[in-house]
Design a protein around this ligand. Sequence first.
Ligand code: GDP
Ligand code: MG
Length: 442
Amino acid sequence: DLSSRLTETFKNLRTKGKLSAADVDGTVREIRRALLDADVALEVVKAFTAKVRERALGDEVNKALNPAQQVVQIVNEELVGILGGEQRKLQFAKTPPTVIMLAGLQGSGKTTFAGKLAKKLQKDGHTPLLVAADLQRPNAVNQLQVVAEQADASIFAPEPGNGVGDPIAVSKAGVEHAKQKQYDTVIIDTAGRLGIDEELMRQASNIRTATRPDEVLFVIDSMIGQDAANTAKAFLEGVDFTGVVLSKLDGDTRGGAALSVASLTQRPIVFASTGEGLDDLEDFHPDRMASRILDLGDILTLIEQAQQNFDEEEARKVAEKLATDAFTLDDFLEQMQQLKKMGSMKKMLGMLPGMGGQMKQQLDNFDDSEIGRTEAIIRSMTPAERHNTKVLNGSRRARIARGSGVTVTEVNQLVNRFEQAAKMMKKVARGESAGIPGMGAM
Ligand code: GDP
Ligand code: MG
């Protein structure tokens, strides 16, 4: 997928010292392939990679970052830019009711979204009215009724048994009803077809003209892949819309559709629909989506941090010391500081995809604040004590406890843990076990 692809690309890049034109071209080629794999429309991919290439080769490159970071930064910024930059909020009319019309293909998730939005609006203190203007399918009205009930929201629907109603008339009547009954928002659920269809577009367009909505939200299934581009363009031309709702973002889709639609229509994505339940609705955040598409910003951060703060040289020195039984509390302290520099271990773990099992469990038990206390204790020891814990008799331990503001028991615990760690690390040094030295003891 896109994420692993780019991760691979950046891994290659990371080993290079400077960003050359060849590096940039190679990377851009990979980004291009990765985006195409993620079903981002070709024209979007082309424009995107051209921009990234231009910037990566340009002067504005940030010299404080290494090549991998530079490219990630550029790619990320460009993605966020295409996705709209800032989060776009729902727009409300100055004079209620705010009319929100939904448009999109059949099955894209309009009716489900209508319920989600009604529920959310009510939670925010609004009084929404759902209007059933999908009179195409026999049970469409019924479906909206069920959704309205689940959301505990009011619904305006044509009387049953009146034959096939006119969706435009129903929409208009719905808005009128809202005005009379003082609902402050109207959500018009419209019909969709399975494919792009002239008549459907005309109907939606007519509803738009008749109800003058404040928002026309185009609902698109984020799993439809390459079709996203054409569908979005057709609705833009046929109906026009003020915002986009990405539905079914709960699947394993990386969000290629988001990039295509945002780029091709220049319309903001307002919501992400992430499941069949009425609570599965999120405000759309361009920066989070960019991370999702990339999914490697975090991975890279992790790699960089780990590299900078725990470089191999250090690890090798520690291993050598361990092998010669010269591991001291000073080394222990140094290791802890390295761990601390790496940031919250739990946070870092969260960044690692597929990270789990034993290591994760160990780290879940790991308490950052404990490092601080440990540090204080070791700092209260003399060099000789740090070098050889055997000299730590009772009075020395009491002095250390006083100096570091902890209890003698805590000093004892630390010494015990250190001795265990030293033992375990000797094993590691002999190659009997893998992992970051010392971790098991914490
Ligand atoms: P409409 O034809 O545009 O009104 O689409 P519906 O709201 O009827 O949704 C079509 C199908 O997609 C239904 O089975 C929904 O339960 C499902 N669906 C809608 N939104 C989501 C979503 O965000 N995630 C998932 N997994 N399914 C969804
Ligand atoms: Mg529907």
